[in-house]
Design a protein around this ligand. Structure first.
Ligand SMILES: CC(C)(COP(=O)(O)OP(=O)(O)OC[C@H]1O[C@@H](n2cnc3c(N)ncnc32)[C@H](O)[C@@H]1OP(=O)(O)O)[C@@H](O)C(=O)NCCC(=O)NCCS
Length: 182
């Protein structure tokens, strides 16, 4: 049994973390698009970033959050508004069975640097541990220094494994990070 919501230990922030519900779909889409456009400028093709469609992404989130199955993302709430999320669960890599995966961590840029990324990350590793995983991994884009630093400060390490994501032009180089949860 997990707590319904976790208060940010930093008293200057009023953030909390809870599970996403279907009504959060639009906020998750907005956070994703804004975070990507800010973090991946100069890393991912500008035309792709510009073409990201908040409404279309919100529609996909609404379907996914409305399902009874699957691990629901954690959302960060600040002053009553959902400002970001972390999505995680079973591994997408067939070779990583038995390992948890952090799929995505995105916050509205206006909320960066206030401890909310840390809060989401720590709650996610706790949730992965509760799911019974002893290890977890994630993929982070080469050049995404802010995210790499955040992961490095909280027990994740660069495994040295890389892959190229050919959905992007040019292909996006990603580094695999991992953490021991046990
Ligand atoms: C990566 C990301 C989630 C980090 O979120 P964040 O809220 O900025 O993270 P935090 O605030 O917890 O930590 C980042 C910085 O804030 C500082 N910080 C942490 N807690 C703080 C607090 N309570 N008050 C003030 N500053 C704080 C940290 O020291 C760190 O500073 P630095 O990077 O300048 O050294 C966010 O930048 C993001 O959405 N990026 C775009 C998407 C992305 O790259 N996702 C990862 C994909 S793998």
């Amino acid at each position: 049994m997990e707590p319904a919501a976790t208060q940010n230990p930093n008293p200057e922030n009023v953030g909390l973390v809870r599970r996403a519900v279907e009504q959060d779909a639009a906020a998750l889409a907005e956070a994703l698009v804004q975070a990507w456009r800010a973090a991946y400028a100069g890393i991912i093709d500008a035309a792709f970033l510009k073409s990201m469609d908040v409404q279309q992404i919100a529609g996909r989130w609404a379907i996914s959050l409305g399902r009874d199955t699957g691990e629901k993302p954690l959302v960060a709430v600040l002053d009553g508004e959902v400002v970001g999320f972390c999505q995680f669960g079973v591994p997408r890599d067939a070779s990583a069975q038995g390992t948890g995966e952090l799929y995505a961590l995105n916050l509205l840029p206006a909320c960066w640097g206030r401890g909310l990324g840390t809060l989401l990350l720590l709650e996610t590793t706790a949730a992965l541990r509760r799911l019974g995983y002893a290890t977890a991994y994630l993929w982070v884009a080469e050049g995404n220094r802010r995210a790499m630093d955040l992961y490095g400060r909280h027990g994740w390490h660069d495994t040295g494994t890389t892959k190229e994501d050919a959905r992007f032009t040019p292909a996006l180089l990603e580094r695999r990070y991992a953490i021991e949860l046990a």
